[in-house]
Design a protein around this ligand. Structure first.
Ligand code: AP5
Length: 218
């Protein structure tokens, strides 16, 4: 089993590219943000703990995240490449992931760093809309639904994510700069980091990721 990571600021397009990679490269998409949102919806203890952190745009504690990811890796039956989106976000999470993977003779094979100018990040987050039912992601201008506020995929209601308010977005970007940005150097030193210019159309980003993976056989 291979392990890929999508690293990038809030709004860089990690979830969008991940969904395209599921179609194009048959990867298993694992988003810790989606796992936490499901836990909140289900009212589990993890969800109750995570809610406040997420509403403030802060990171959920490392131990909670590593427990969630550990359970998932241990229960993973298929040989498909796992694509993490939004994980790891701290050096402790990165170290925890190494330990978990080592338990299965695995390692981090590739980290795709989605590079997007900050002004574009804010525009993408302000315009993002998500389906309340299936989680599909849209953008009011760039990737609109066919019918206003109705999901193209499942017909569910399309809403703004609660942590996409201006104040929370500002905090999420600051938290990224303070706690996650250093992972770029961390993985670059290991020789597994690929810089992907991700400010253009999503098809271009997808092709850049696929080219990087193919040319390095990762
Ligand atoms: P999470 O859900 O992971 O959010 P995030 O990292 O802030 O990333 P986003 O989902 O906001 O953006 P994205 O990069 O996926 O962009 P998207 O594809 O949607 O985390 C949420 C919270 O959960 C965190 O704040 C934290 O509290 C907690 N959490 C999660 N993981 C954690 C962890 N490991 N440790 C601790 N806490 C954790 O695209 C954005 C918009 O742009 C969309 O509207 C999309 O349609 C549009 N778009 C995308 N690509 C393009 C393009 N190429 N051109 C035009 N528009 C585009």
């Amino acid at each position: 089993m291979k392990t890929w990571i999508l690293l990038g600021a809030p709004g860089a397009g990690k979830g969008t590219v991940a969904e395209m990679l599921v179609q194009e490269a048959n990867v298993r998409h694992v988003s810790t943000g989606d796992m936490l949102r499901s836990a909140i919806k289900a009212g589990t203890p993890v969800g109750l703990e995570a809610r406040g952190y997420m509403e403030r745009g802060e990171l959920v504690p490392d131990k909670t995240i590593l427990d969630l990811v550990g359970d998932l890796i241990r229960s993973e039956a298929s040989d498909r490449t796992i694509l993490f989106d939004g994980f790891p976000r701290t050096k402790d999470q990165a170290a925890g992931l190494d330990l978990l993977l080592a338990g299965f003779g695995g390692k981090v094979d590739a980290v795709f760093q989605l590079d997007v100018p900050e002004a574009l990040l804010i525009d993408r987050l302000a315009g993002r809309r998500v389906c309340r039912a299936c989680g599909a992601v849209y953008h009011i201008r760039n990737i609109p639904t066919r019918v206003d506020k109705v999901c193209d995929k499942c017909g569910g209601e399309v809403i703004q994510r609660p942590d996409d308010t201006e104040e929370t977005v500002r905090n999420r970007l600051a938290v990224y700069a303070r706690q996650t940005l250093e992972l770029i150097a961390f993985y670059r030193e290991r020789g597994v980091l690929f810089d992907i210019a991700a400010g253009g159309p999503r098809q271009e980003t997808l092709q850049a990721v696929l080219r990087a993976a193919a040319s390095h056989s990762v």
